[in-house]
Design a protein around this ligand. Sequence first.
Ligand SMILES: N[C@@H](Cc1c[nH]cn1)C(=O)NCC(=O)O
Length: 457
Amino acid sequence: MDSKRAWIVWGTGVFAYLIAVTQRTSFGIAGLEATERFNATAAALSAFTVIQLLVYAVLQIPVGVLVDRFGPRLMIASGAALMTIGQIQLAAATSVPGGVVGRVLVGAGDAMTFISVIRLIPAWFPSRRVPVLTQLTGQLGQLGQLISIAPFAVALTVWGWSPAFLSLAALGLLACILSVALLRNVPESDAEPPVLASFRETAGDLAKAWKQPGTRLGMWSHFATQFSGNVFVLTWGYPFLVSGEGLPPAEASLLLSLFVVVGLVCGPWLGTWVGRHPMRRSTMVLAVTSVITAAWLAVILHSGPSPLWLLVVLVLALALGGPASMIGFDFARTFNPSHRIGTATGIVNIGGFCAALVTMYVVGLILDLLHNSGFSGGDLYSLDSFRIALSFQFVVFAIGIGAVISVRREVRRRMAMTGEAVLSWRVVFTDSRRRRTQYKTELREERQQRRSKDDVG
Ligand SMILES: N[C@@H](Cc1c[nH]cn1)C(=O)NCC(=O)O
């Protein structure tokens, strides 16, 4: 545990996830070229992303069950292979159905990656490291978006459609080869002959993971914190900033890149906090969700275009949602036995992606309705239309917050039955002050001992 080998396994897993995020986000960059190549309408184009995410969400539970059964190595390597085939298909496609088949394969391979990588961490590292490494995995993976924004976009302009998508396929192949060569499900010392569960046992495990309120608390936490950032980055953020708020495209792209960077900085901090205050994880989820809701309220209620600083605040708040959503996976891990973590993680991961899918679709629908009714004065992406359409998010925030509070009550009731009480904030603060004082005293004593040794020497 915690050996050089463990770091190699984790690094390979993170690389495979980063490449999966690149494959996931690559099509968003190719919108203009895709319109030309497939001679497609805006609705057909958005179908590419919606179908890809739908496949991703639908496959989460089957993939979670398969990870528990066959282990992460096979799943990560197969996922990378599927994404490679999908991008080759997209590179060759000249019609909308052909392109959609490519994106379906990419969505399926992507679905197999993240929860398998997360499953590797508790097998290879001591539990005190797991929250921070889980956070880091999520955040480092998001760097894959930057590969789409910069080198892939350049390749598309310079080399054209097929070579650019074939280069992504080559990255997928590299991830597949590295996964087969370097990944191991468990350290050799732990390796036990795999016991394959029967279909009945598998179904039983799925039911048990779902019945565990801690799993559902994870799913609703993921639901409440992640969807708004996904909607912003994957679909409506750019048109909202440029057409609605009137930002120059370069500033809008900069804000989208800021989203990735802020997540990267806050992730490890949040992971450490979660490790120190496991009993306050849902409070952090509620706090972050409230901050995102308040930021959207401020932007939507602002009369006329919002000042740049307010949009920066919005992006900072949205960026917090990524690291906070990882708390959902921590719930899955700590409330389920190790042989069921994959299944529980799959359930958690459905939350945010389903909320994002529905919101993306409904926001588009409202924008279309307002346009067709003449409200937007011929401008599909007018600021007033965006204000109304994006307000749908408040319904989703309310559902998420309500569900987290209600399931948390159930979790705490069960914990109380087993004698685990959630300490009051006063006790938590007093205890953390006591531990800080104790730490400082130990540090002072250590320094004094070293000084007196030096004096003797
Ligand atoms: N919570 C995300 C990952 C993340 C971390 N920061 C921003 N996003 C998640 O659910 N990931 C699953 C995946 O497949 O990407």
